[in-house]
Design a protein around this ligand. Structure first.
Ligand code: FA5
Ligand code: MG
Length: 415
């Protein structure tokens, strides 16, 4: 979506975000610049690399977990409103009142009671209360982090939550009485006091198996990864998965066994849960070799055109975009009246005549003349050279050759 209408704005004490209005106060620290990111919904944009990655993760989860009738078990929630209450973002996840992660300096507050979600975990409790047992949440998250090649104040997370009954975790056995999810024990490094050691061990194995499977299916069998013990107020035990990018270990996700108190507060008594939260940008950077997190916000066709494919599993290695400006020329023609015409033929022609100077070609307009019964297509061609500035004459030259070739081999009439 183009930002022709503002999706979010701040005006005096009024803060508006995606059609909801809030009254600002002493906690308000969102800026117009930050708010301008809202509504871009990169994870929903067709062909955006973050959407490709989100789709691959979703497909993995769909394949991994099927209902007895063979349907995907996980539901996907990718359009939840980014403004959440402090209860959702913190309290529902057992984050203490004085915890550092609540600081005004680390979050974007709308007012005292509302903020832009700092993680997709903010939606866990509400979705569990609604009755979901297996779900994914995909969305933009906001943090007042530093900005560098791997940190940006707005990024995207994909959250996975799975709740299991005793039967789901153990299968059906003769003497089910021998198995139990819960016990009244001591909290240890390996499990919560309310969980049986065996149930916690099984959940850990399933969770790690699922996430390792995901990493190897995206990055390949030989990719080196490592588990690191971690701490989150909402899971115990907790881990982070790391992967090497250019010789450095980078954190791909956090995960763990959900604190039973969260499930109990959401009305669930007989299940045990695991959860993970991964950063889509980090996965995309590893998968495609994208060197800088800021590139995801690029509207430059040099970046976006590299991901213009329908099958999200298409292998791509990102190539640095030329620092030289593109030249954009349009071409319009009438299609041949009685002959087959396919845009794909024109795309091939443009690539063979223009070679590596053509960065992108798109159909931008199509209409049919009511009287003449002729259809006209307009294509936009973006030319750019990797090593130098292209002159307009040079581009015009190639453009003219494309027109001539199209007229002769595709029988179109240039307008
Ligand atoms: C969390 O946000 C937890 N909610 C994750 C979680 C969910 C744990 C469920 C347990 C159960 P963390 O702050 O580490 O954790 O962020 C999770 C992931 O988001 C990181 O592993 C990383 O991949 C990504 N990430 C974190 N900060 C940034 C940032 N500034 N820019 C880009 N990606 C980031
Ligand atoms: Mg972390």
């Amino acid at each position: 979506r183009l930002l022709s209408t503002k999706a979010a704005s701040v005006n005096g004490t009024k803060v508006e975000v995606l059609g909801r209005e809030y009254t600002g106060d002493h906690m308000t620290n969102v800026t117009p610049h930050l708010l301008s990111h809202i509504g871009r919904d990169l994870h929903l944009q067709p062909h955006h690399p973050l959407r490709h990655v989100a789709q691959r993760v979703t497909q993995h989860m769909y394949r991994q977990y099927l209902s007895p009738r063979g349907n995907p078990l996980f539901s996907v929630h990718s359009q939840l409103h980014p403004v959440v209450t402090t209860h959702q973002n913190f309290d529902s996840l057992l984050i203490p009142k004085d915890h550092v992660s609540r600081k005004k300096s680390d979050n974007f507050y709308i007012n005292e009671t509302h903020l832009l979600r700092a993680h997709t975990s903010a939606h866990q409790s509400e979705l569990i209360s609604m009755g979901f047992d297996n779900f994914l949440v995909i969305g933009d998250v906001y943090r007042r982090d530093d900005i560098d090649a791997s940190h940006y104040p707005v990024f995207h997370q994909l959250e996975g939550v799975r709740l299991c009954t005793l039967k789901e975790l153990y299968g059906t056995h003769q003497n089910m009485d021998a198995y139990h999810l819960f016990e009244n024990g001591e909290r240890t490094e390996d499990h919560q006091g309310v969980h049986s050691a065996e149930a916690a061990r099984r959940m850990e194995a399933e969770l790690k198996g699922c996430l390792l499977g995901l990493a190897t299916s995206l990055f390949g069998q030989d990719t080196e990864v490592r588990w690191v013990d971690a701490y989150f107020p909402f899971t115990h035990p907790s881990w982070e998965l790391e992967v090497q990018i250019n010789g450095e270990w980078v954190e791909l996700l956090g995960c763990g066994i959900m604190e039973q108190e969260i499930l109990a507060n959401a009305g669930v008594q007989d299940k045990i849960g695991w959860a993970f939260g991964l950063g889509l940008e980090r996965w995309a950077m590893k998968l495609y070799g994208i060197p800088d997190i800021r590139l995801f916000w690029s509207t430059d066709s040099g970046f976006l055109s590299q991901f213009r494919f329908d099958d999200p599993a298409t292998p791509v290695t990102y190539k640095a975009v030329s620092k030289y400006n593109p030249c954009i020329n349009d071409i319009s023609f009438w299609l041949p009246k009685d002959q087959q015409y396919e845009s794909a033929d024109f795309y091939d022609l443009v690539r063979s005549v223009g070679g590596s100077l053509v960065e992108q070609v798109n159909l931008v307009d199509s209409f049919t003349h009511p009287k003449k019964q002729l259809t006209s297509h307009c294509y936009r061609i973006v030319y750019r050279h990797m090593e130098r500035v292209l002159t307009q004459e040079e581009v015009n030259d190639v453009h003219r050759k494309i027109e001539q070739e199209a007229a002769s081999s595709l029988q179109v009439s240039i307008r």
